[in-house]
Design a binder for this molecule. Structure first.
Ligand code: UDP
Length: 501
C-alpha cells in the first residue's frame, strides 16, 4: 500500500487532506472532484471509500481503473459495518447512515495513522467530509487536525436545513395530521429566513412534511447541518453570483465559507477529464455507464432531446412511472431516459416500463440504466432535462446551459427547484401529484420553442456564461479554491509550530 509514496514529487506535498464522503454518488462525485482539484493545487490526497463500494467499483468493468492511485493521490477504504441483509433492505440508506456513525470513527483514525507511516507520505493535516458524516468531525478532533465540510447542497438548501430547528420550535412542523399535506398548509409563506425571498413552507425541505414529532429525518438533517459549525470551514458546491443574497446572510453565521463550484465545471476547467487519469470526468460510477446512449445522441438533431433522470436515490411508485412514461410518449419529443435499477418501488427498474409504452416510443427514445450524465448534458443534442432537482444534477445542468423540468421529492430538491424556476428563470415545475397531461404539456413548453422556452434558454445561456466566468482564473470559485488551499496550508504550518513546541 505504500509503494507510491517515495518519489520526489510526493515529498514536496506536505499538506495532506483525507476526504471521506457519505457513500452514495451524490456525495462521492463532488467530493472526488474536490479531491482532484486539491491534488492539482499540490495537496496530498487520501480518498476514502467504503470497502463495499471500493469492491463494487473494482468489479465493475473488471478492475476499476478509476481507483488507480498515483503520486500524491491514493484510494483507501474502511468497512461500512452493514450486513448483507441490511444492505438489501428498503431503508438501507438510513441503516448505512447509522452504521457509519457507529462503526467508522476508529477505522478512519487508524487509517490516517497508517498511511502516514508510509515512507514519504506526510501526516494527515486536515479531514474533509461530505454532509451526513458529521460523526467524523470527531476523527479530526482525535487526530488534532482541522475539519472542513463539503455540504453537497445549494447554499439556499443549506440555509433551509439550518432553519429546520426554528420551524420545529415555532410549531410549523411536525404537521398536525395527514390533511395538512394537501389542504394548502404547505403553501404558507415563510418570509423570515435571512437572505432568502419569501418561500412556501413546503419548499423549505421534504423534512417539514412529517407528522412524527420524533422524525428521524428531521432530526438528522438538523443535527448534520448545525454540526458544520464545529468544522473550521464550510465548502459549498455553488458560486457567488448564483446565490449572492443567501451567501451574504450565511456569512454572518459561518465566517469561513468557500464557494468553489460548480465542481463539475471547475474540474473540467482545469482539464480534469484528461488530467485525472480516470479516462473520464472525475466520478466513481457505481453503475455501468451505457456508452451506446452517446452514439444515439450523436444521431439526434441539435437541442432536440429531453434527458430524463432522477439521480441515484429517488424511488417512484409504479403509477408515477406510468404517468412519466405516458406523458413522455404523448409529448412527441425524443428523449433519453435513465431508469436505474431500484428507481421503481419494489427494487424494480426497466422491467417495470409498460410494453406498449416501449412499442409506442421505440423510434424516438433511448432507455439507459445509467449514463455519463455530465457528458450527456454537455451533448449538443440535449435541449432539456427532466430532473428530480438533486443539487449535483442542477449544477451540472446550469453549467451545460440546459433548462429543466423539475419534479422534486426529497430534502433540498424542493428549494432547488424553487430557485430554478423563480430566481434563475431556467425551468418549469411539475405538481407533486403527477399527471401525464402535465408532463406532456411541460415537455412541449420546454422543448417546443415557444416564448417561455426562448426566455428559459436565454437565461440558461446567461447562467452558463456566469458559471464559466466563476471557474476561470480570476473568477470567484477559482479564487476561493486558492483561498481554501492557502487555509489548508496555513493549518499545516500551524500544526507544525504546535508539534515543534
Ligand atoms: N448521475 C450519473 N448518471 C446517471 C444519473 C446520475 O452520473 O445516469 C450522477 C449525476 O451526474 C450526479 C449524481 O449522479 O452527479 C446524482 O447526484 P444528485 O445530487 O443530482 O442526486 P442524488 O443522487 O444525490 O439524489
Amino acid at each position: 500500500m505504500c509503494e507510491l509514496s517515495s518519489s520526489m514529487g510526493e515529498r514536496r506535498r506536505r499538506t495532506h487532506a483525507m476526504l471521506f464522503p457519505f457513500p452514495c454518488p451524490g456525495h462521492i462525485n463532488p467530493t472526488l472532484k474536490l479531491a482532484e482539484l486539491l491534488h492539482s493545487r499540490g495537496v496530498h490526497v487520501t480518498f476514502v471509500n467504503t470497502e463495499y463500494n471500493q469492491e463494487r467499483l473494482r468489479r465493475r468493468r473488471g478492475g476499476g481503473g478509476e481507483l488507480r492511485s498515483r503520486e500524491g493521490f491514493r484510494f483507501e477504504a474502511v468497512p461500512d459495518g452493514l450486513s448483507e441483509e441490511e444492505r438489501a433492505s428498503p431503508d438501507r440508506t438510513v441503516k448505512l447512515y447509522l452504521s457509519l456513525r457507529q462503526n467508522c470513527r476508529a477505522p478512519l483514525v487508524e487509517l490516517a495513522r497508517r498511511v502516514a507511516r508510509c515512507e514519504g507520505v506526510p501526516p494527515v493535516t486536515c479531514v474533509v467530509l461530505s454532509g451526513l458524516v458529521s460523526f467524523a468531525l470527531a476523527v479530526a478532533e482525535e487526530l488534532a487536525v482541522p475539519a472542513f465540510v463539503l455540504w453537497g447542497t445549494s447554499a439556499c438548501g443549506f440555509v433551509c436545513t439550518l432553519r429546520l430547528r426554528q420551524l420545529r420550535q415555532r410549531g410549523y412542523t411536525p404537521l398536525k395530521d395527514e390533511s395538512y399535506l394537501t389542504n394548502g398548509y404547505l403553501d404558507m409563506p415563510i418570509d423570515w429566513i435571512a437572505g432568502m425571498p419569501t418561500v412556501r413552507l413546503g419548499d423549505i425541505s421534504s423534512f417539514v412534511r412529517t407528522l412524527d414529532p420524533t422524525s428521524f429525518g428531521l432530526r438528522v438533517e438538523e443535527e448534520e447541518a448545525t454540526s458544520c459549525a464545529r468544522a473550521q470551514g464550510l465548502i459549498l458546491n455553488t458560486f457567488d453570483d448564483l446565490e449572492s443574497d443567501v451567501l451574504d446572510a450565511l456569512g454572518n453565521e459561518f465566517p469561513r465559507v468557500y464557494t468553489i463550484g460548480p465542481l463539475a465545471a471547475a474540474m473540467h476547467g482545469r482539464g480534469g477529464d484528461r488530467a485525472n487519469g480516470h479516462g473520464g470526468p472525475a466520478g466513481l460510477s457505481l453503475w455501468e455507464e451505457d456508452a451506446a446512449c452517446m452514439a444515439w445522441l450523436d444521431a439526434q438533431p441539435a437541442g432536440s432531446v429531453l434527458y430524463v433522470s432522477f439521480g441515484s436515490l429517488a424511488v417512484m411508485s409504479l403509477d408515477e412511472l406510468a404517468e412519466f412514461a405516458w406523458g413522455l410518449a404523448d409529448s412527441y419529443h425524443p428523449f433519453l431516459w435513465v431508469v436505474r435499477p431500484g428507481l421503481v418501488a419494489g427494487d424494480r427498474g426497466t422491467d417495470a416500463l409498460p410494453d406498449d409504452f416501449l412499442a409506442a416510443t421505440k423510434d424516438r427514445c433511448f432507455i439507459a440504466e445509467w449514463c455519463a450524465q455530465e457528458q450527456v448534458l454537455q451533448h449538443g443534442a440535449v435541449g432539456g432535462f427532466l430532473t428530480h432537482s438533486g443539487w449535483n444534477s442542477t449544477t451540472e445542468s446550469i453549467w451545460a446551459g440546459v433548462p429543466m423540468i423539475c419534479w422534486p421529492g426529497f430534502a433540498d430538491q424542493y428549494i432547488n427547484s424553487r430557485y430554478v424556476r423563480d430566481e434563475w428563470g431556467i425551468g418549469l415545475r411539475l405538481d407533486e401529484e403527477l399527471r401525464r397531461e402535465q408532463v406532456a404539456a411541460h415537455v412541449e413548453e420546454l422543448m417546443g420553442g415557444g416564448d417561455t422556452a426562448k426566455e428559459m434558454r436565454r437565461n440558461a445561456a446567461k447562467w452558463k456564461a456566469m458559471t464559466e466566468a466563476a471557474i476561470a482564473p480570476g473568477g470567484s470559485s477559482y479564487d476561493n479554491l486558492d483561498k481554501l488551499v492557502d487555509e489548508l496550508r496555513q493549518d499545516e504550518a500551524d500544526a507544525k509550530v504546535t508539534r515543534g513546541r
